[in-house]
Structures are given as structure tokens and as C-alpha cells.
Ligand binder design. Structure first.
Ligand code: AVI
Length: 324
């Protein structure tokens, strides 16, 4: 049972209100966005280098093979406002940026990410490969600051939402997010949406519980982050990283399982948690999509599908959508 000691009126204004609420739910949760502090973002980059974590290699292959087709399907405009949500290290996007340069499309690249460090690294890396690229990074929590997305009202926009990050939202949140995006974009603007496809759970299992323990460290970093930032006293050795496929929802779920009965104090939140032995804290759901799911998602959120690109194994797809 969690105990809040703040008067209710001030509680909602607390910068960690979402975390406090989530920790008090049953099952308890830590919102997935807390993964991405600077250390978490670096760990995530290491995950994307793992052979077992196939989505990055698949999407790189797709963008390498189809960057030119994607630009053709965007109408090869003279100028493109390229907004990338949750840009991370931007390595996959390089294929698209190079294809635009080769086709003479002037790009204003606007990567958006929750981690300032990730954006600094991205900018430095891109400067080496494409020194003339115009790049305007923005540190932003897209869930909280959606209205600030740098959509250009006068030019053609292409929004990239890669890596199946949409799959970290619940299906309701996915629809609300895409609905709002469709409303914000203008007729003819494009969305390139990376979605991880449903597949043999054995492949998924390895991707979310890799043999080098990087995903485990990524999950555990949540506890370490709370220790650093809100002066909690989690002992990561008393928790286990658990990744399971839920066949009824078609999603991978990540949990932190308390290995014993324990109490944890989160000093800056003025909050204590009592965890039972084997009580689990939910940290992430990674929804996977079937072709039917994708069709329905585009249809219910007002987008028109223009093209779909997949990798040679058929594990992942990038969907190109437009707003009517
Ligand atoms: C960012 N997101 C799409 C990743 C995923 O696959 O859900 C985060 C991740 N979690 C564990 N491994 C990677």
C-alpha cells in the first residue's frame, strides 16, 4: 500500500504526479517514459545494437532499401519539414536524409526527443555525415507537449515515428495520439510509422530478455533513476527483470518482480511502498501489430495508407500514411 503525505490540492501539480499515481495502482506501474534519462537512452542505444533486438536492423534495412521510394511517395517536394518523434540516435534516418540530399530535396530536420543528451549526440553524429544539413533539435515530452510539435503550417511535413514507439502506448492511447496528429497535420502531409509485426513469441522473448543482459539493465535503470532523482532506496538486487509475451493481447510485457517482501521509501515524493514477495511492477508494454490491426488503426484515425514497406524476414514494417 502506498502512502501519500501531500495535501490533495498540491498533489496534481507535482512534477512526478504521474509516477506517484502509477506506483499506487494495482498492479503497480512505473510509466515507460521514465526509461529515457541519459543513462537509459544510452542503454536503449546498446539494445538497438543487439542482434537479438531485431527491430532496429529490420527498420534500417527497410529505410536503406526504400528511402527513395518513400520520397517519391511524398511527391519529392522542393522543401521538406522532417519532424522525427523520439529521434534517439537518428541512425536509421540517415538513409532518408542522404536520399533527400541526392534527390535535391532541401530538408529542415527537426528531431524531437525527451533526452537532451541523445539530441546532442545525434546532432554531433549527423554533422559528421551531413555537414550542410539544417537541423533544429527540440527537447520535448511529446505526451505532455504535443501542441508544441514543430509542424510547419506552410511547407510539406513528413513526420517520422519509427522503432514501433507507438506500440508503447495502449491501443486507446495509440488512437488518441494518431487522431491528434492527423488533426495537426495538413492535407498532403505524410507520416512514416514504424510498427513491429506479430511473430513467433520465441523471437520476441529473446529480443526483450537478451543474453547479454542489456535489456535487464535498461529495466533496472528505472529503479536506479528513482534512487538518483527522487531519493528512493530501491535495492535492484531484490528485483528480477521479467519479460513475457501475452498471447491474448499480442504484446510483450516488461515487469520488475520483487523477490521478497520489502518496503521502499521515496523520500522526495514523501511516499512509501510496501511490496509483497513476488509482487510485480509493470514497466512497459510493447504492442505488436497484425496487418488487420494496422488497417483498422489507419482507418479509425483518419489517415489514408499510401504504402507499406517490410524487411526480408517480414518482422517489421514502415507504413507511409497521409492526411486527407
Ligand atoms: C522504444 N520502444 C519501442 C522499445 C520497445 O521495443 O518497446 C523499448 C524497449 N524496451 C525493451 N527493449 C526495447
Amino acid at each position: 500500500m502506498a502512502v501519500f503525505r501531500y495535501p490533495l490540492s498540491t498533489l496534481e501539480k507535482h512534477p512526478h504526479y504521474d509516477l506517484m499515481q502509477a506506483l499506487d495502482e494495482r498492479p503497480r506501474r512505473i510509466p515507460s517514459k521514465y526509461f529515457y534519462d541519459d543513462r537509459g537512452s544510452r542503454l536503449f542505444e546498446r539494445i538497438t545494437d543487439l542482434e537479438e533486438y531485431y527491430p532496429t536492423a529490420c527498420e534500417s534495412e527497410i529505410l536503406h532499401r526504400h528511402a527513395r521510394d518513400i520520397l517519391t511517395d511524398c511527391g519529392v517536394p522542393k522543401y521538406l519539414n522532417l519532424v522525427e518523434l523520439g529521434a534517439g540516435d537518428g541512425r536509421k534516418t540517415l538513409h532518408l536524409l542522404k536520399a533527400a540530399r541526392d534527390k535535391g530535396v532541401a530538408v529542415n530536420y527537426r528531431p524531437v526527443d525527451i533526452s537532451a543528451q541523445a539530441l546532442d549526440d545525434l546532432q554531433a553524429r549527423l554533422h559528421e555525415s551531413l555537414p550542410d544539413l539544417r537541423i533544429e533539435p527540440a527537447v520535448m515530452d511529446i505526451e505532455r507537449e504535443f501542441e508544441k510539435l514543430p509542424i510547419d503550417p506552410k511547407e510539406r511535413n513528413l513526420v517520422l515515428y519509427l522503432g514501433s514507439s507507438l506500440g508503447n502506448f495502449t491501443p486507446d492511447e495509440q488512437r488518441v495520439f494518431l487522431d491528434s496528429l492527423c488533426e495537426k497535420l495538413h492535407s498532403g502531409d505524410r507520416l512514416l510509422l514504424g510498427l513491429d509485426l506479430k511473430k513467433d513469441p520465441a523471437v520476441l522473448q529473446k529480443a526483450y530478455d537478451d543474453s547479454k543482459g542489456v535489456t535487464r539493465a535498461f529495466n533496472m535503470n528505472l529503479l536506479e533513476r528513482l534512487n538518483r532523482e527522487v531519493h528512493a532506496d530501491f535495492n535492484p538486487n531484490r528485483f528480477k527483470h521479467v519479460a513475457v509475451y501475452n498471447p491474448s493481447t499480442g504484446a510483450m510485457e516488461s515487469w520488475l518482480l520483487s523477490l521478497e517482501e520489502q518496503s521502499v521509501h521515496l523520500r522526495n515524493l514523501n511516499m512509501s511502498l510496501h511490496l509483497d514477495a513476488f509482487e510485480a511492477i509493470h514497466t512497459e508494454t510493447s504492442w505488436k501489430f497484425s496487418p488487420r490491426d494496422i488497417k483498422a488503426l489507419a482507418h479509425t484515425t483518419g489517415f489514408t495508407r499510401l504504402a507499406s514497406f517490410t524487411d526480408y524476414r517480414g518482422y517489421f514494417c514502415d507504413e507511409l500514411w497521409t492526411c486527407p
